[in-house]
Design a protein around this ligand. Structure first.
Ligand SMILES: Cc1cc2nc3c(=O)[nH]c(=O)nc-3n(C[C@H](O)[C@H](O)[C@H](O)COP(=O)(O)OP(=O)(O)OC[C@H]3O[C@@H](n4cnc5c(N)ncnc54)[C@H](O)[C@@H]3O)c2cc1C
Length: 433
């Protein structure tokens, strides 16, 4: 350990109504909703492009969060997918249906996601600051006074009335001193996965999933491949002959630890090299597979969950619980990839039913002017595994952005807003609630 302190005058680069940190699916919903509802909104993102895991993690497709075959996440999520649709080529058009129930309608490329996300943000009038990373937070009297950002310019400050943490990791909330949980009862988070795509596949000769996994487990037993995953997880894409893989598994590493992240990238790419050799050698249709893309950032499923004014857990799923101040509906199953080894737990709700997330789960309990948008809201490890998929996360962002704008409009703090009023305004804006 060594002592280090900074005592410097730094420029205040931004003074605005709402600052959203993180431009993933949660940040997209939050920034667009805040700006559309009249708040001057700045969006801070560490990378040079938006989309979070949908782009940097190359995660694909959108998992279904449906009722009666219709997407429940309206309106920003649906607009997002429609905006991506514009960047499909003519020969992919026929696959798209607006209910987004079909797999190919929920598939996209990271390039489509970058452009569509930015379109929505710019059209809403959000001021975007790429290449700026949250560095520190100044808290005064229990509220965030300013955030300190690090970029090529050095350190700058940014000030707002209301802040939204959509870093996925709860970075802003944690730095501001909020209580949080991390992982399961042992503190272990769901594993990380580096997504990749292979092209030049003869899909007409591809075996089914079970057969591929059987051959994979034989190769594992023969020492040809070493990966804790129990099967090969792959998806068709909107491009002919291109298969998406969500199948590397890096366990017992923390997504909020710098060294762990570095080691995880190296371990995931070691697995990827083995997968490439294995698939070309053993799986028909893959003989001439080409490495088409590797996600720029390893996929992070789970890190911090920030304690809110309300907190819900697995019982909400088991009882398909509904709330009078609900802001989002979720029908996606419990989906826990084993944090410490092999196996994946899936549990499903009755068909066409859902549980709801109440407003208090997005309001930070320990800092007055902070809302949480994205996967790091106030739920337990098991429920997190269900609500974390991109469609509901985008809707959580939508609710947080609207609530922030209402706070600005009514000169209130998030904790003093009536969650039922937020719900009413969401319904007026077309939400399925
Ligand atoms: C491997 C994997 C596979 C998945 N598969 C699917 C799937 O098939 N379908 C599905 O719907 N969902 C899937 N998910 C879940 C989904 O992708 C994520 O839960 C979702 O993207 C979370 O959204 P978010 O906005 O909360 O966070 P993120 O998508 O992580 O976005 C956070 C954003 O904040 C930025 N940021 C973070 N820290 C800082 C900082 N300090 N300063 C500035 N910016 C910062 C990041 O760069 C990023 O842009 C998967 C996730 C993973 C990891």
């Amino acid at each position: 350990m060594m002592k280090y302190s900074i005592n410097a005058e730094i420029p205040v680069m931004i003074e605005t109504d709402v600052i959203v940190i993180g431009a993933g699916p949660g940040g997209l919903g939050a920034a667009v909703a805040a700006a559309r509802n009249g708040a001057k909104t700045a969006l801070i993102e560490r990378f040079g492009f938006p989309g979070g895991m949908s782009t940097a993690g190359e995660v694909n497709p959108f998992m279904p969060n449906n009722s009666n075959g219709q997407a429940m996440d309206r309106t920003i999520y649906v607009e997002w997918v429609q905006a991506m649709h514009k960047y499909r080529s003519d020969d992919q058009d026929g696959d798209f249906d607006v209910s987004m129930s079909a797999h190919r309608s929920r598939s996209f490329t990271k390039e489509m996601a970058v452009l569509a996300t930015e379109d929505l943000l710019l059209e809403a009038g959000v001021k975007i600051y790429y290449h700026h990373q949250l560095f520190d937070v100044c808290v005064k009297n229990g509220a965030i006074d300013s955030v300190i950002l690090l970029s090529k310019s050095g350190l700058t400050a940014a000030k707002a009335k209301i802040y939204i943490d959509s870093t996925g990791d709860g970075d802003l909330a944690a730095k501001a001193g909020c209580e949080y949980e991390i992982g399961n009862e042992d503190g272990n988070c769901q594993p990380m996965t580096l997504c990749f795509k292979l092209s030049n596949i003869d899909t007409s000769r591809m075996p089914d999933s079970d057969t591929i996994s059987r051959i994979y487990n034989k190769a594992k037993a023969d020492g040809e491949i070493s990966c804790p995953r129990e099967d090969v997880l792959w998806f068709e894409t909107i491009e002919d002959g291109v298969i998406h893989f969500n199948t590397t598994r890096v366990i017992m590493k923390s997504g909020v630890n710098g060294s762990d992240l570095s080691e995880a990238e190296i371990e995931a790419r070691r697995q990827l090299r083995q997968y490439l050799t294995f698939l070309r050698k053993h799986i028909s249709g893959f003989e001439n597979a080409r490495l088409r893309s590797i996600a720029p950032h390893i996929g992070i499923r789970e890190t911090r969950r920030i304690k809110g004014m309300n907190y819900i857990g697995i019982e909400a799923f088991e009882k398909a619980q509904k709330f009078s101040d609900a802001i989002v509906r979720v029908s996606y199953p419990i989906d826990i990839h084993n944090p410490s080894g092999t196996g994946t737990i899936m549990r499903f709700l009755p068909e066409n039913d859902w549980y709801e997330i109440p407003y208090g789960c997005i309001v930070a309990k320990d800092v007055k002017n902070l809302l949480i948008a994205g996967r790091s809201i106030s739920v337990d490890h098991a429920l997190h595994s269900s609500m974390r998929v991109m469609p509901p996360v985008c809707s959580i962002g939508h609710a947080a952005g609207l609530a922030a704008a209402m706070c600005v409009e009514e000169h209130k703090l998030p904790g003093n807003l009536d969650g039922k009023a937020v719900r009413r305004r969401l319904v007026e804006a077309g939400a399925f609630l």
